[in-house]
Design a protein around this ligand. Sequence first.
Ligand SMILES: [Zn+2]
Length: 411
Amino acid sequence: MKGLASSLLFLSSLIGFTSPWGAGRNKRDQQTEQDNTQSIEIVEEITIEDEPFPAEMVVTEKQELHSLVETRVPESVLQELDLYTDFRVLEQGNRLQFEYEGSVLSRVFVQQNDYERLRVELLPEPTVMLDTFPLDAKSIVMTFDKKDLFAPNADLLDVLDAEPGLIGIIDNQVDIVKELTDQDSIEILAVGRYRGEALEYLESVVSLRINHADTSSLSFKYPTEDGNVWYGEDLKPRTYPLLKSPTDYIIISSQYGVMRGHKKHKGTDFAADIGTPIYAAAAGVVADAGWGTGYGLRTKIDHDHLGDFMTLYAHMSRSYVKTGDVVRQGQLIGLVGNTGRSTGPHLHYELHKGHRQIDPYGKTVRDTFKAPQIDDLSLEGYRNNVDRIFVQATQSIVDVEELLLAQNSAL
Ligand SMILES: [Zn+2]
């Protein structure tokens, strides 16, 4: 006990006590000890057994953790503590907490910030652990334009990592090839994980706003039992996973399913000038890039993340990808041409499910990506909440923990 009492005195000279229950009396105890060294042992012994002291300390000046705890924890713990180099030196404001079982020290916490702490368990076996806490969820608003969608900058690539289907969600609202203009803009409301002021990583995208022509429309991600589903401001789902227009066409010269003599047309023909860019309708892996009978220069892309879907682009004049390439949605893959069995410059575009072609705009694909039935009132309430946060986040960084909680509780 004498050792402990003297170490407490040592500590008290280095750190301030913030224990809500003992501060006043313990100051008095120190005073007593300075006045009368003979009686101190008895006073301290009673104090420790009745109310373990201290419960919490705040470091008032730069100190080595080792020196602060060396008289209170076993040598084995000290050695292990030294391995946590980030905690070796404590700065002013760092905290130490002591927990007791009866009068026996059972646990020590060392806290430098709100997101991690060192926990020393003394019972039953001494161990040291690093506890981490979730980083703060705060808003990030980013703005992109049409050219970014086709040639993403680093910021947009981060966004696409968090929300791989983003380009398609935008395209659901405004056809990015045919309708979106260079003057339009897309604002993204994302959730970032922050460590204090510093952004650690982009966690998710929760909403986007497309400013197109004179209108501004919101799309938002709504959590359902079957996963997240994007909805538009009109509460209609935005779940079609393919670009509506894989090229900037003049007219659709032949739709899927029209009869040509006795044969059905198994694709969609987009009439366009030679050299018009062709974009991947969805992200995927190039299954085959080369020449095909009748098809001329053609590219096939597997979209395994969507299920057993594949798209095919034919009669190209140039191809920019090779078999095995991983492509983003909206990535330039080739140029319109007139190769193979073609009667004029156009893109012949096919969607395959399994081994057969289906109408890219037909019932099968729409049914496959049909949104679950959600009560309009819940959707509307959620949309209004997101809209409000979006407006705030445009002005300043806001806490979006509330929004994430709403997402979780909706599940
Ligand atoms: Zn065709």
